[in-house]
Every structure is written in C-alpha cells, then in structure tokens.
Design a protein around this ligand. Structure first.
Ligand code: ADP
Length: 259
C-alpha cells in the first residue's frame, strides 16, 4: 500500500510538472506542423521536399510526445462533438500515412455510411496516431497495417463484463502484421511509462493515452497479440445515430431569433 501511495504521488507530481510545459509546446508544434504542411505545396525540388518531410516527421513526433504528456497529466479536458468517424479519419489520413513511412502498407477501410460518435477530434487523432506509430515500430522490415471502422452491438453479457452500457457501438480496429507482444508485455501495455523501446524512442505513454481516451469516451478497448504474428487493437465507441441524423441536428439551431 505504501509503495502504491508513493507511486500515485509520483505520478501526480510528474503530471503537474509536465502538463504546463507540454501545453505550451503543443501549441508551438502545431504551428510548425501546419506551416510545413503549407510549405510542401509550394516546393518542387526533391531535396527540399525531403528536408521538409524530415522536419515534418520530427515536429509530429514532438507533437505526439507533448500530446501524450498532456493526456497523462490530464491538463486536457475532452471536448467531444458528434462526428462521422470516416470523415474524421480521412481528415488526418496524410498524417497517418507519413507516420507509416515507406515500408508499411496502410489500408483504410472506412464505410461511406456509418453512425456518428461523440468524441474529442484532436484526441481521437492523437490516439490513432499512437497506434499507427506502435504498429510501424513493430514492423521494422515493413508489413501491413489495416485501420477499419464498422458497426456492432454489445449485448448485456459483454456490457456487464466491460462496464459499458449495452447497445450500438462503432468499432475501430487497428491490425498489424508485426512482431507481436508476449503475454507479459500485452498485460502491461496500457500502463503509463511501460515501454520495451530504447530510451528516447518510447515514452510508454502512447497506449495509456489511447486507453484513457477510449474509456473516457464511454468505450472499450482490448489487445490481441501473438508473438511473430502481429497485434490487433480493438476499440468500441458508443454510436450516436447515423450521419443524416447528426446533420439534421446541426441544421436545426434557431436561425430566426427575435431581435
Ligand atoms: P511506447 O510506444 O512509447 O513504448 P506504448 O504505451 O504506446 O508506449 O506501448 C507500450 C509497449 O507496448 C511498447 O513499448 C511495446 O512493447 C508494446 N506495443 C504497443 N503496441 C504494439 C504493437 N502494435 N506491436 C507490438 N508491441 C506493441
């Protein structure tokens, strides 16, 4: 109990220290990433393009690190809005593709018609990017990465086991053909600061951010991994009616107001 208390105090202190710094860094890095994005559209030379892309990857890595620290320090309250998950993912597809590098083949399976989800868009992007980077790191020789959206319904029995309400859910699955995890690693993978990566490469905060984001959004997450076979991260997020329903809601706010 003493050790657990010390551990939680340590976490609290690290959280407070990092939260403030990470917040400011995140804003600065967002500017860098956005400006580099704009710059790539005006540059033609192969060498210049390569230099910009390398700067982009570095800035995105920095942004991911600060996002993870922010999520960990809980300085970032979730700001959920109703979104079409397919459109949401398409919006940052280029970021995901860049993170994959040259050797990992990314396949997106995004249904044209799917229920909306009520999530914080920025945190959703950060979570998916964390999963993509993990998958890429697990496939040093290249491989296949699949991100798929779907719809499912959770029955009473599963709902009770997962501590979520029964009902309709949007499923998000991230599957790689990488190195996989041992049972021991899989059991600890969601722990903050647990990493098997060398110093400077891993923070151990990626999956804990994803876990926090999914559970705070009312969802469920699990890992299935087989050493040498690959890893599948399966997530469920509560479904909120279909696309059309959502845009009807958006169109309804009172446009006619008495002066
Ligand atoms: P980090 O990536 O910084 O190490 P994470 O919390 O994202 O932190 O992951 C924790 C650990 O879980 C990783 O160090 C790795 O051992 C394992 N892991 C996560 N995702 C995968 C994956 N797709 N394939 C194999 N191992 C993984």
């Amino acid at each position: 109990a003493q050790a657990a208390l010390f551990q939680s105090q340590k976490m609290e202190t690290i959280g407070q220290l990092t939260g403030g710094i990470a917040h400011d860094f995140n804003n600065l890095l967002t500017i860098i990433v956005n400006n580099l994005d704009l710059l790539t559209r005006h540059v033609n030379g192969a060498r210049e393009t390569r230099l910009i892309e390398s700067a982009q990857r570095a800035a995105e890595r920095g942004a991911r690190l600060t996002q993870q620290l922010l999520a960990f320090s809980r300085r970032q309250p979730l700001q959920p809005t109703l979104q079409d998950p397919s459109t949401l993912i398409e919006g940052f597809e280029n970021v995901l593709r860049r993170a994959c590098g040259e050797t990992v083949r990314l396949t997106l399976s995004l249904p044209a018609r799917i229920s909306t989800i009520n999530v914080d868009g920025a945190q959703f992007e950060a979570a998916l990017l964390n999963l993509v980077v993990n998958a890429r790191d697990a496939m040093p020789e290249g491989g296949e990465l699949t991100i798929a959206l779907g719809e499912t319904s959770v029955d009473d029995q599963h709902a009770a086991a997962w501590s979520i309400p029964a009902g309709p859910y949007v499923s998000l699955t991230v599957r790689d053909t990488g190195l996989g995890m041992s049972k021991e690693v899989a059991a600890r993978a969601f722990e903050p600061f647990f990493t098997t990566k060398e110093v400077g490469k891993g923070t151990g905060l990626g999956l804990s951010q994803v876990y926090g984001f999914i559970t705070q959004s009312g969802g469920h997450i699990e890992v299935n991994s087989e050493p040498g076979q690959g890893t599948t991260i399966s997530m469920l997020l509560p479904a909120h009616g279909d696309e059309r329903g959502a845009s009807d809601e958006e169109a309804s706010p009172d446009t006619v107001r008495p002066a």
